[in-house]
Write a protein that binds this ligand. Structure first.
Ligand SMILES: [Zn+2]
Length: 293
Protein backbone atom coordinates (compact mmCIF):
# COMPACT_ATOMS: atom_id res chain seq x y z
CA UNK A 1 0.00 0.00 0.00
CA UNK A 2 1.23 3.49 -0.84
CA UNK A 3 0.00 6.47 1.16
CA UNK A 4 0.22 10.26 0.95
CA UNK A 5 -0.61 12.07 4.19
CA UNK A 6 -1.86 15.34 2.69
CA UNK A 7 -2.07 17.22 6.04
CA UNK A 8 0.29 16.41 8.89
CA UNK A 9 2.39 18.61 11.19
CA UNK A 10 5.61 16.61 11.31
CA UNK A 11 7.48 19.33 13.15
CA UNK A 12 5.54 18.15 16.23
CA UNK A 13 6.36 14.47 15.70
CA UNK A 14 9.28 12.24 16.59
CA UNK A 15 11.55 10.14 14.40
CA UNK A 16 9.70 7.07 15.74
CA UNK A 17 6.65 8.41 13.93
CA UNK A 18 8.58 8.72 10.66
CA UNK A 19 9.72 5.09 11.05
CA UNK A 20 6.21 3.82 11.78
CA UNK A 21 4.75 5.86 8.92
CA UNK A 22 7.29 4.47 6.45
CA UNK A 23 6.54 0.93 7.61
CA UNK A 24 2.82 1.66 7.08
CA UNK A 25 3.40 2.70 3.46
CA UNK A 26 3.51 6.50 3.86
CA UNK A 27 5.93 7.83 1.22
CA UNK A 28 4.79 11.46 0.89
CA UNK A 29 3.66 14.03 3.46
CA UNK A 30 2.38 17.58 3.07
CA UNK A 31 2.99 19.78 6.11
CA UNK A 32 0.72 22.85 6.28
CA UNK A 33 2.05 25.81 8.22
CA UNK A 34 -0.18 26.35 11.25
CA UNK A 35 -0.54 27.69 14.75
CA UNK A 36 2.10 26.38 17.14
CA UNK A 37 0.04 26.62 20.34
CA UNK A 38 2.30 29.28 21.84
CA UNK A 39 1.30 32.60 20.22
CA UNK A 40 3.95 34.16 18.02
CA UNK A 41 4.92 37.72 18.85
CA UNK A 42 6.84 38.74 15.73
CA UNK A 43 7.23 38.07 12.04
CA UNK A 44 10.73 36.63 12.43
CA UNK A 45 9.37 33.56 14.18
CA UNK A 46 7.11 32.86 11.19
CA UNK A 47 10.07 33.07 8.83
CA UNK A 48 12.16 30.72 10.96
CA UNK A 49 9.23 28.30 11.06
CA UNK A 50 8.65 28.48 7.29
CA UNK A 51 12.39 27.93 6.72
CA UNK A 52 12.25 24.96 9.05
CA UNK A 53 9.34 23.21 7.31
CA UNK A 54 10.95 23.90 3.92
CA UNK A 55 14.50 22.97 4.92
CA UNK A 56 15.11 20.98 8.05
CA UNK A 57 11.89 18.93 8.02
CA UNK A 58 12.27 17.64 4.41
CA UNK A 59 15.84 16.68 5.33
CA UNK A 60 14.61 14.78 8.38
CA UNK A 61 11.80 13.06 6.41
CA UNK A 62 14.11 12.03 3.59
CA UNK A 63 16.28 10.07 6.02
CA UNK A 64 13.23 7.93 6.71
CA UNK A 65 12.35 7.40 3.04
CA UNK A 66 9.55 9.97 2.99
CA UNK A 67 9.21 12.94 0.60
CA UNK A 68 8.14 16.10 2.42
CA UNK A 69 6.31 19.12 0.95
CA UNK A 70 4.68 22.11 2.64
CA UNK A 71 1.93 24.67 2.36
CA UNK A 72 2.67 28.24 3.46
CA UNK A 73 0.25 30.81 4.87
CA UNK A 74 -0.92 32.80 7.87
CA UNK A 75 -3.18 30.50 9.90
CA UNK A 76 -6.72 31.68 10.79
CA UNK A 77 -6.12 31.93 14.52
CA UNK A 78 -3.11 34.24 14.28
CA UNK A 79 -4.80 36.25 11.53
CA UNK A 80 -6.46 38.02 14.47
CA UNK A 81 -3.17 39.14 16.05
CA UNK A 82 -1.90 42.47 14.69
CA UNK A 83 1.67 41.42 15.56
CA UNK A 84 1.40 38.61 13.00
CA UNK A 85 -0.23 40.43 10.10
CA UNK A 86 3.06 41.72 8.75
CA UNK A 87 3.87 38.16 7.66
CA UNK A 88 1.53 38.70 4.71
CA UNK A 89 4.26 40.77 3.09
CA UNK A 90 6.76 37.91 3.55
CA UNK A 91 4.51 35.28 1.97
CA UNK A 92 5.15 36.03 -1.74
CA UNK A 93 8.83 35.07 -1.55
CA UNK A 94 7.97 31.81 0.22
CA UNK A 95 5.24 30.94 -2.27
CA UNK A 96 7.90 30.80 -5.00
CA UNK A 97 9.88 28.05 -3.27
CA UNK A 98 10.19 24.56 -4.81
CA UNK A 99 8.63 22.49 -2.05
CA UNK A 100 5.58 24.73 -1.55
CA UNK A 101 2.61 22.91 -3.10
CA UNK A 102 -0.25 25.16 -1.88
CA UNK A 103 -1.13 28.29 0.08
CA UNK A 104 -2.40 27.25 3.53
CA UNK A 105 -3.75 26.45 5.87
CA UNK A 106 -6.17 29.35 5.51
CA UNK A 107 -9.76 29.98 6.49
CA UNK A 108 -11.73 30.63 9.63
CA UNK A 109 -11.22 30.10 13.33
CA UNK A 110 -13.67 32.47 15.05
CA UNK A 111 -14.99 34.05 11.83
CA UNK A 112 -13.88 37.60 12.61
CA UNK A 113 -13.52 40.49 10.17
CA UNK A 114 -9.73 40.17 10.43
CA UNK A 115 -9.98 36.52 9.40
CA UNK A 116 -12.15 37.51 6.44
CA UNK A 117 -9.51 39.95 5.19
CA UNK A 118 -6.57 37.62 5.67
CA UNK A 119 -8.40 34.69 4.06
CA UNK A 120 -9.40 36.68 0.96
CA UNK A 121 -5.92 38.19 0.69
CA UNK A 122 -4.28 34.77 0.72
CA UNK A 123 -6.70 33.29 -1.84
CA UNK A 124 -5.67 36.18 -4.08
CA UNK A 125 -2.02 35.18 -3.48
CA UNK A 126 -2.90 31.62 -4.56
CA UNK A 127 -4.32 32.97 -7.83
CA UNK A 128 -1.28 35.20 -8.34
CA UNK A 129 1.26 32.43 -7.68
CA UNK A 130 -0.62 29.71 -9.58
CA UNK A 131 -0.99 27.57 -6.45
CA UNK A 132 -3.89 25.56 -5.03
CA UNK A 133 -5.22 26.48 -1.56
CA UNK A 134 -5.65 24.34 1.55
CA UNK A 135 -8.55 25.64 3.62
CA UNK A 136 -9.13 24.81 7.28
CA UNK A 137 -12.76 24.82 8.48
CA UNK A 138 -13.48 25.95 12.06
CA UNK A 139 -14.03 23.41 14.81
CA UNK A 140 -16.85 25.50 16.32
CA UNK A 141 -19.84 26.64 14.28
CA UNK A 142 -18.68 24.26 11.60
CA UNK A 143 -21.64 24.40 9.22
CA UNK A 144 -21.85 28.22 9.18
CA UNK A 145 -18.05 28.36 8.85
CA UNK A 146 -18.06 25.98 5.92
CA UNK A 147 -20.79 27.92 4.10
CA UNK A 148 -18.98 31.19 4.64
CA UNK A 149 -15.74 29.55 3.46
CA UNK A 150 -17.36 28.50 0.19
CA UNK A 151 -18.73 32.03 -0.34
CA UNK A 152 -15.25 33.52 0.06
CA UNK A 153 -13.78 30.89 -2.30
CA UNK A 154 -16.44 31.71 -4.91
CA UNK A 155 -15.64 35.42 -4.70
CA UNK A 156 -11.90 34.82 -4.94
CA UNK A 157 -11.83 33.73 -8.57
CA UNK A 158 -9.75 30.67 -7.62
CA UNK A 159 -11.21 27.64 -9.46
CA UNK A 160 -13.00 25.32 -7.00
CA UNK A 161 -10.94 22.41 -8.33
CA UNK A 162 -7.86 24.15 -6.90
CA UNK A 163 -9.28 24.39 -3.37
CA UNK A 164 -9.20 21.65 -0.73
CA UNK A 165 -11.67 22.29 2.11
CA UNK A 166 -10.41 20.32 5.09
CA UNK A 167 -11.58 18.98 8.48
CA UNK A 168 -15.01 18.07 7.09
CA UNK A 169 -17.51 15.73 8.71
CA UNK A 170 -20.96 14.27 8.01
CA UNK A 171 -22.58 17.65 8.66
CA UNK A 172 -20.42 19.71 6.31
CA UNK A 173 -19.44 17.33 3.49
CA UNK A 174 -22.70 17.85 1.58
CA UNK A 175 -22.07 21.61 1.35
CA UNK A 176 -18.66 21.09 -0.22
CA UNK A 177 -19.61 18.12 -2.45
CA UNK A 178 -21.73 20.35 -4.70
CA UNK A 179 -19.19 23.19 -4.83
CA UNK A 180 -16.55 21.50 -7.00
CA UNK A 181 -13.93 21.93 -4.24
CA UNK A 182 -11.93 18.98 -2.95
CA UNK A 183 -13.07 17.42 0.32
CA UNK A 184 -10.57 16.71 3.09
CA UNK A 185 -11.17 14.65 6.23
CA UNK A 186 -8.93 14.62 9.27
CA UNK A 187 -9.17 11.32 11.13
CA UNK A 188 -8.75 11.60 14.91
CA UNK A 189 -8.16 9.00 17.65
CA UNK A 190 -11.25 10.15 19.53
CA UNK A 191 -14.15 12.50 18.78
CA UNK A 192 -14.60 14.01 15.30
CA UNK A 193 -14.01 11.70 12.30
CA UNK A 194 -12.85 8.12 12.87
CA UNK A 195 -11.99 5.46 10.21
CA UNK A 196 -15.42 3.82 10.27
CA UNK A 197 -17.34 7.07 9.98
CA UNK A 198 -15.02 7.94 7.09
CA UNK A 199 -15.90 4.72 5.28
CA UNK A 200 -19.60 5.57 5.64
CA UNK A 201 -18.98 9.05 4.13
CA UNK A 202 -17.11 7.51 1.18
CA UNK A 203 -19.97 5.09 0.62
CA UNK A 204 -22.46 7.93 0.55
CA UNK A 205 -20.50 10.56 -1.41
CA UNK A 206 -18.16 8.47 -3.59
CA UNK A 207 -14.39 8.78 -4.04
CA UNK A 208 -14.09 11.72 -6.39
CA UNK A 209 -12.20 14.73 -4.92
CA UNK A 210 -11.94 12.92 -1.55
CA UNK A 211 -8.76 12.96 0.54
CA UNK A 212 -8.02 11.64 4.01
CA UNK A 213 -5.34 12.85 6.43
CA UNK A 214 -4.23 12.30 10.00
CA UNK A 215 -3.71 16.03 10.74
CA UNK A 216 -1.35 14.77 13.44
CA UNK A 217 0.21 17.60 15.45
CA UNK A 218 1.13 18.51 19.04
CA UNK A 219 -2.30 17.47 20.32
CA UNK A 220 -3.74 13.99 20.77
CA UNK A 221 -3.43 12.50 17.30
CA UNK A 222 -2.13 9.45 15.44
CA UNK A 223 -0.09 9.59 12.22
CA UNK A 224 -1.17 6.04 11.29
CA UNK A 225 -4.86 6.87 10.98
CA UNK A 226 -4.46 7.11 7.19
CA UNK A 227 -3.48 3.42 7.20
CA UNK A 228 -6.31 2.59 9.63
CA UNK A 229 -8.79 4.26 7.27
CA UNK A 230 -7.41 2.26 4.33
CA UNK A 231 -7.86 -0.93 6.37
CA UNK A 232 -11.42 0.05 7.30
CA UNK A 233 -12.17 0.72 3.60
CA UNK A 234 -10.97 -2.78 2.66
CA UNK A 235 -12.98 -4.36 5.49
CA UNK A 236 -15.98 -2.36 4.32
CA UNK A 237 -15.84 -3.81 0.80
CA UNK A 238 -13.83 -1.16 -1.06
CA UNK A 239 -11.15 -2.50 -3.43
CA UNK A 240 -7.39 -1.95 -3.26
CA UNK A 241 -7.76 0.33 -6.27
CA UNK A 242 -10.33 2.42 -4.36
CA UNK A 243 -7.91 2.69 -1.43
CA UNK A 244 -5.10 3.71 -3.77
CA UNK A 245 -7.32 6.39 -5.25
CA UNK A 246 -8.26 8.01 -1.92
CA UNK A 247 -4.91 7.55 -0.14
CA UNK A 248 -2.58 8.20 -3.07
CA UNK A 249 -3.91 9.28 -6.48
CA UNK A 250 -6.36 11.90 -5.22
CA UNK A 251 -3.90 13.86 -3.05
CA UNK A 252 -1.24 13.55 -5.78
CA UNK A 253 -3.72 14.99 -8.29
CA UNK A 254 -4.71 17.85 -5.98
CA UNK A 255 -1.23 19.01 -4.96
CA UNK A 256 0.12 18.08 -8.42
CA UNK A 257 -1.70 21.20 -9.66
CA UNK A 258 1.16 23.19 -8.13
CA UNK A 259 3.50 21.52 -10.68
CA UNK A 260 5.97 21.14 -7.80
CA UNK A 261 5.00 17.74 -6.41
CA UNK A 262 8.12 16.01 -7.68
CA UNK A 263 7.73 12.32 -6.85
CA UNK A 264 10.61 11.02 -8.97
CA UNK A 265 12.14 8.04 -7.23
CA UNK A 266 9.80 8.26 -4.23
CA UNK A 267 8.39 4.77 -4.67
CA UNK A 268 11.57 3.16 -6.00
CA UNK A 269 13.66 4.25 -3.04
CA UNK A 270 14.90 1.34 -0.96
CA UNK A 271 15.12 1.23 2.78
CA UNK A 272 15.43 4.51 4.65
CA UNK A 273 18.96 5.60 5.34
CA UNK A 274 18.31 6.99 8.81
CA UNK A 275 20.78 6.41 11.59
CA UNK A 276 23.47 4.89 9.39
CA UNK A 277 24.05 7.58 6.80
CA UNK A 278 25.79 10.46 8.51
CA UNK A 279 23.97 12.78 6.09
CA UNK A 280 24.38 16.45 6.92
CA UNK A 281 21.87 19.22 6.61
CA UNK A 282 23.05 21.83 4.12
CA UNK A 283 20.19 24.25 4.61
CA UNK A 284 21.81 26.34 7.28
CA UNK A 285 25.57 26.26 7.35
CA UNK A 286 25.72 28.18 10.62
CA UNK A 287 24.18 25.26 12.45
CA UNK A 288 25.94 22.43 10.65
CA UNK A 289 27.37 19.96 13.09
CA UNK A 290 26.05 21.82 16.11
CA UNK A 291 24.12 18.78 17.34
CA UNK A 292 27.40 17.04 18.15
CA UNK A 293 29.08 20.11 19.56
ZN1 LIG B 1 -3.55 21.39 10.41
Amino acid sequence: MRIVDPHIHMTSRTTDDYERMHAAGVRVVVEPSFWLGQPRTSVGTFCDYFDSILGWEPFRAQQFGIAHFATIGLNPKEANDPRCREVLTELPRYLEKDRVVAVGELGYDSMTREEDEVFAHQLALAVEHGLPALVHTPHRDKLAGTRRTLDVVRESGLAPGRVLVDHLNEVTVGEVAGSGCWMGFSIYPDTKMDPHRMVAVLREYGLERMVVNSAADWGRSDPLLTLRTAEAMLEGGFTEDDVDRVLWRNPVEFYGQSERLDLDGVLEAGEPVAATSGATFEGNSVLRGSRDA
